[in-house]
Structures are given as structure tokens and as C-alpha cells.
Design a binder for this molecule. Structure first.
Ligand code: COA
Length: 260
């Protein structure tokens, strides 16, 4: 199978998936989401693959978010659909994959990019990584599970601050928050992930898949939170703030929110 927006590499029991839109800082468009779904479902079925590493192409970004140019004109209905479809096809899908997925966060992981890293089973970051959920600076909220998974990982107060300020945290801060498990140089990032993957691959794949299910089951009470996120995300598309926020990004100027 060949892909337009992702690269794959397979060595022994480890597959590496690289999101490959470096000129757009690997922003997630519809095609990338579909291709990621396809590759993850294919790899999950491949019994030779015991661990998947997910990373971004180039030295600057893991993923700088959902592709803003694709959704800036969306209606409330289309906005809600975007979040619901993306969550089902990719974010929930990865979280519940029976094969372990490690996010190798090699630069910006913003918005949908951080949400993607958080849907992976755990994260390793390079020292230059910058992570955040900047959606409210665009007049929208995180729609790919960010309002649910960020508090699970860093605690409610830190998540609230990150979401409200729309700011970015460094790799070291991410480490102290428990958002990433290790911070290493960019040159070492993939080899460190491979070393961890190798350790995982010495263990029982069946037991690991059951462990993933069991750990995830403990967070299932948040299921209504995900639905609330989809509804609120869609509602943002009917606001003047959203029109102003996304237009300002695409016109490369500072947003002046009308507050309606
Ligand atoms: N959607 C669409 N395009 C994006 C993008 C996104 N989320 N993030 C970056 N890009 C594009 C830029 O528009 C630019 O394209 P161009 O060269 O055709 O103009 C290219 O990627 C490079 O980005 P640029 O902004 O020039 O790089 P920078 O180093 O100055 O800034 C960021 C890097 C990550 C701070 C900045 O790109 C940014 O703020 N991106 C959006 C982050 C965001 O809000 N994500 C959440 C979306 S819901």
C-alpha cells in the first residue's frame, strides 16, 4: 500500500510511521487522518509487528495541529462532524489499538498534534519539543480528545492552564508534568524509542494487548466528556470569534476577538 502523506518503515518487530508534510509542519488534513487510520489498522493485523513508533518528518515538528486551512470555513454541523469522525477514525482508534504505539515527539506538538501524541500509549520527546493546545487562540476548543486526555495525563489544574492560555510548554516541563516519559536529544530520539520498543517486544503481545484494554477501561467514565467536547467544538464554528481566529491565522496577523 502506498501513501501520499505518510512514510512507513519496518525493522524486525518494530514499525515506524512518519507523518510527511514537512512544509505544513505535518499538519493533519483529511487525507493524513485517513491514511494514518489505514496504516494503523494494517499494522495491528500484522502479527510480526509488536510495537509502532509514530513521529513527524523533518526537524521542526511532530504535528503542528489540524490543518486550519481545511476547516476555517466549516459550519457548526461540519465542525461537529470533523471532531466526531477524527476521534473515531484515528484518536480513539490508536488509544485502543492492541499493538503498543509510542509517540516520538520531535518538535512542535500543538492542537491535534498533541492530541495525537496523547492518544498514543506513551510519549518520548526530543529537547526541542514544544507542546500545547492553542485552539482557544483560534476561537475553537480542542476537538480530538484534548479536553479529556490532557487532564488525565497532567492533572486538571495544569490542563486548564494550558488550554486557557493556549501556551506551549517545553520538553522538560512536559517531563515534569508527566506528559512525556523521557526527554532525549533529537539525534537519539528514534533510537531511544527503538530501545524501549525492543524491551516491549520481548514480552507477550497478548498480555500487552490485554493490559492496554485494562488500563484504558479505567478511564472509560470520561466517555460523556468526549461527547461534550464534540458538541462544544461544533458550536465554536458558529461564532464570530472562530471566523476571526482562523482568518487571523491564515492572514498571518493577530486575532482581535469580538467575543461573540
Ligand atoms: N494548519 C495549517 N497550516 C499550518 C499549521 C496548521 N495547524 N501549522 C503550520 N502550518 C503551515 C503554515 O501556515 C506555513 O505554511 P506556508 O509556508 O504555506 O505559509 C507552514 O506550515 C510553516 O509554518 P510557519 O507558521 O511559517 O512556521 P513558524 O516556525 O513561523 O511557526 C508554529 C510555527 C507552529 C508556531 C505556527 O506554524 C503555528 O502557530 N501553527 C498553528 C498551530 C495551531 O494553532 N495548531 C492548532 C490547530 S487547531
Amino acid at each position: 500500500m502506498s501513501y501520499n502523506t505518510i512514510l512507513t518503515n519496518q525493522e524486525n518487530a518494530i514499525a515506524t510511521v512518519t507523518i510527511n508534510r514537512p512544509t505544513k509542519l505535518n499538519a493533519l488534513n483529511k487525507e493524513t487522518i485517513k491514511e494514518l487510520h489505514d496504516v494503523f489498522s494494517k499494522l495491528e493485523k500484522d502479527k510480526e509487528i509488536q510495537v509502532i513508533i509514530l513521529t513527524g518528518s523533518g526537524e521542526k515538528a511532530f504535528v503542528a495541529g489540524a490543518d486550519i486551512s481545511e476547516f476555517s470555513q466549516f459550519s457548526v454541523k461540519e465542525g461537529g462532524k470533523l471532531a466526531a469522525k477524527g476521534q473515531k477514525l484515528l484518536f480513539d482508534f490508536i488509544e485502543n489499538l492492541s499493538t503498543p504505539v509510542i509517540a516520538a515527539v520531535n518538535g512542535f506538538a500543538l492542537g491535534g498534534g498533541l492530541e495525537l501524541a496523547m492518544a498514543c500509549h506513551f510519549r518520548v520527546a526530543s529537547t526541542n519539543a514544544k507542546m500545547g493546545l492553542p485552539e482557544v487562540s483560534l476561537g475553537v476548543i480542542p476537538g480530538y480528545g484534548g479536553t479529556q486526555r490532557l487532564p488525565q495525563l497532567v492533572g486538571k489544574g495544569r490542563a486548564m492552564e494550558m488550554i486557557m492560555t493556549a501556551g506551549m510548554i517545553s520538553a522538560e516541563q512536559g517531563l515534569s508534568y508527566g506528559l512525556v516519559n523521557h526527554v532525549v536529544s533529537q539525534e537519539e530520539l528514534i533510537s531511544v524509542c527503538e530501545k524501549i520498543a525492543k524491551k516491549i517486544s520481548n514480552n507477550s503481545p497478548v498480555a500487552i494487548s490485554y493490559a492496554i484494554k485494562a488500563v484504558n477501561a479505567g478511564f472509560m467514565n470520561t466517555v460523556n466528556g468526549y461527547e461534550q467536547e464534540i458538541k462544544a467544538f461544533g458550536a465554536c464554528f458558529g461564532t464570530d470569534d472562530f471566523t476571526e481566529g482562523t482568518s487571523a491565522f491564515l492572514e498571518k496577523r493577530k486575532a482581535d476577538f469580538p467575543g461573540s
